[in-house]
Write a protein that binds this ligand. Structure first.
Ligand SMILES: Nc1ncnc2c1ncn2[C@@H]1O[C@H](COP(=O)(O)OP(=O)(O)O)[C@@H](O)[C@H]1O
Ligand SMILES: [Mg+2]
Length: 431
């Protein structure tokens, strides 16, 4: 029987938006991190993963619910819990050695002991010889190693890694991931549990004993997949490939991808997030899917490989294709619909006509803009109006991304025109 280290019960968290309204980011989140396990947390951006990690690290408080570390309520940063961030957050004017020593200094440790421990952590993470280097003299991968050394030097029981490999190129990220797994397997670090937030499905499957899929609006654990393979795992093995498939499947089922509660109908609502996918990408993937060797059906991981898109990008295009009626998603596969086939074979004018009709029918935001334009005596409206509307349900950056997707889709489908210089949206000239 494993011992719980961190227990989260019924945790809620909201933030205030710019307009003063509250936005619920986490609602009723239950999660326990047990001794001896690595857990991976996946979920679309903005679903509240970082917020949950910051709560677990004691960096911010929950609005309600319980957060316990070793059975005791967590009131602030705890010594046994360290976090590694995506941005390396190193002090540029301090050497590698000094950057790593910082946390120990804050604990009031004597200088000699500090130096000794920092050197050991630097060696552990493979940076020996670079103690005196400044961050700017290091590659991205090496900088992130410093970030990890800075967490490990504190000998944390719990290591929380927030997209720690995301800023690195693929190979560098994989190497670092494998090095951390080796430290874990060989028990060279005292860490008893690791929680990794990742946007890379392969990382999750290669590392974790459990993969959690976070749903959003508000965020909570939506799916859980135990992985009982021993480590190290072979990335090309049948088991790993099929688990990656399964996780893709979990992430594309229901309406979770576009930010809805499971079980509900998949129709979008006005203030919902849209999949972030531009026309070129939507058409590119649809053409690829229609053609050899896929002939209408593709395994998402294979498609990811073929297109070199990140998991998030591919999931977003897939969600866009599903939303627009061009494809269906099932068990980690994407399958073209008859309409999708027709679209892939059509010429430019027919494509625009199909696209426009689909967007009007399935994307309420585009239909709403169109309706607004038709009602307005001048036939034009400023985009800020719609941005304000989206700000009720999405944060500012997300609202901007979603509106720009809606505008691009609507323009392409000749639903409306848009002036990039003035931000004015208007009915098409010829109407
Ligand atoms: N300090 C904050 N103030 C206001 N909103 C925040 C704050 N931190 C996070 N949010 C919002 O909470 C939501 C979830 O953010 P986050 O936890 O960073 O998601 P993820 O890590 O899954 O991408 C986002 O909409 C984000 O803008
Ligand atoms: Mg995050």
């Amino acid at each position: 029987m494993s011992t719980p280290i961190i227990e989260i019960k019924s945790v809620n968290k909201s933030f205030r938006s710019a307009d003063g309204s509250a936005r619920t980011v986490l609602e009723g989140v239950d999660f326990t991190l047990f001794e001896g396990e690595i857990v991976a947390l996946l979920g679309q951006s903005g679903s509240g993963k970082s917020t949950l990690l910051r709560i677990m690290a004691g960096l911010i408080g929950a609005d309600s619910g319980q957060v316990a570390y070793r059975g005791l309520p967590l009131y602030g940063p705890a010594r046994g819990i360290s976090m590694v961030f995506q941005s390396f957050a190193l002090f540029p004017w301090l050497t590698v050695q000094k950057n790593v020593e910082l946390g120990l200094e804050a604990q009031g440790m004597a200088p000699e002991e500090r130096a000794r421990r920092a050197e050991a952590a630097i060696e552990l993470i493979g940076l020996s010889g670079f103690e005196g280097a400044l961050p700017r003299e290091l590659s991205g991968g090496m900088r992130q190693r410093v970030g990890i050394a800075r967490a490990l030097v504190l000998e944390p029981e719990v290591l929380l890694m927030d997209e720690a490999f995301s800023a690195l190129d693929v190979l560098t990220g994989e190497r670092l991931r494998d090095d951390i797994l080796e430290l874990w397997e060989t028990r060279q670090m005292p860490t008893k549990a690791i929680l990794v937030v990742s946007h890379n499905i392969e990382d999750a499957v290669m590392m974790a004993d459990r993969v959690l899929v976070f749903g959003s609006d508000p965020g909570r654990v939506r799916e859980e997949l135990p992985i009982r393979l021993s480590r190290p795992r072979e990335v090309e093995s049948q088991e790993v490939r099929s688990l990656i498939d399964t996780v893709y499947g979990l992430m594309t089922t229901g309406a979770g991808r576009v930010g809805r509660t499971p079980g509900k109908e998949t129709r979008l609502q006005l203030g919902d997030r849209l999949p972030i996918a531009d026309i070129a990408r939507i058409e590119g993937i649809l053409e690829l899917l229609a053609d050899e060797p896929f002939r209408g059906r593709a395994d998402l991981p294979k498609l990811a490989e073929e297109t070199e898109l990140t998991d998030h990008e591919l999931l977003d295009v897939s969600a866009a294709l599903a939303l627009l009626g061009f494809a269906n998603l099932a068990q980690g596969d994407i399958v073209i619909t008859p309409l999708g086939e027709r679209y892939a074979r059509a010429g430019n004018q027919e494509r625009k006509a199909i696209f426009g009709a689909q967007v009007l029918e399935h994307v309420p935001l585009v239909a709403y803009i169109r309706h607004g334009l038709a009602q307005d005596p001048s036939g034009d409206l400023h985009e800020d109006l719609f941005l304000k509307l989206l700000n009720f349900t999405l944060d500012e950056a997300e609202a901007e991304r979603v509106l720009s997707v809606a505008i691009e889709w609507g323009r392409y489908g000749d639903v409306f025109e848009y002036n990039f210089n003035t931000g004015v949206i208007q009915l098409p000239e010829d109407e």
